[in-house]
Design a protein around this ligand. Sequence first.
Ligand SMILES: N[C@@H](CCC[C@H](N)C(=O)O)C(=O)O
Length: 292
Amino acid sequence: MADRLTFTKGHGTENDFVLVPDLDGALGLSAARAAALADRRAGIGGDGVIRVVPTDAADEPDVRAQAPRARWFMDYRNADGSLSEMCGNGTRVFAAFLRREGLETADAFAIATRAGVKQVRVDVDGFAVGLGPWRLGDPATADRDGFDALVHLDDGDPFSALSVDLGNPHTVVALPEQVELEALDLTAAPVVRPDPPHGTNVELVRPMGPGHVAMRVHERGVGETRSCGTGACAAAIATSFWAGSLDTGATWLVDVPGGRLTVRLLPDRGVELAGPAVLVADGAVDLSVLPA
Ligand SMILES: N[C@@H](CCC[C@H](N)C(=O)O)C(=O)O
């Protein structure tokens, strides 16, 4: 029998992931293998691939340093194989996997990520995860003008935008009233100026009412996805900033094509994301069809 790689497929508001358990850290996960697993025709299919690995077996010293506080590391790669620092929806699906497998048994625990240790707790609808601290990309420009970037979607006028860092980079567009969110063409990557040095995820946001926005997202390393957890936090933070009230304690509902997320703004630039996590299937891939 050929050697096989076991996996679990999961999603959070239809942001979908292939989870690869590497419980002794012996397996590793190359960019080419992650991209092959994420391929929706020749692989399993997903917006990202998450290796589940003991924190003390991580390659990066900054991650290994988190081992005393968090036992498991969410090693995240986008569908194109690129590394990302953070994935908000991924943290919930990762947490659901750890609990189902008995790797974490408490209702609250910490996980290691490239953006630092994150606290997870079981919540009514799934899990809630602290994703802070956040920061604005260029606070001086943002404070002066409300915006620090421009986003070009096609040949039309660019949209004003605000960069928000949640460990990974985001650029949030405030859509003018006459522009329909559903009508936007996100098949091509938006062009952002000034050019973000490490690329960016782009969120297009429409206010729906007090504490409520709708959002579509073009993810770095993927394309348009049906949800983005860190993007939902960035959307809530940017919308609060534009409204002049970064109220801690405020709760935001963020509607995405794949469902609804809840974002809570917390003191000291904290932010908590809550939403569902679904483990859909388990299987095994013949290693001979995957790149090393
Ligand atoms: N979908 C994720 C974000 C995944 C990483 C992102 N594409 C990046 O490169 O930063 C989320 O739920 O936050």
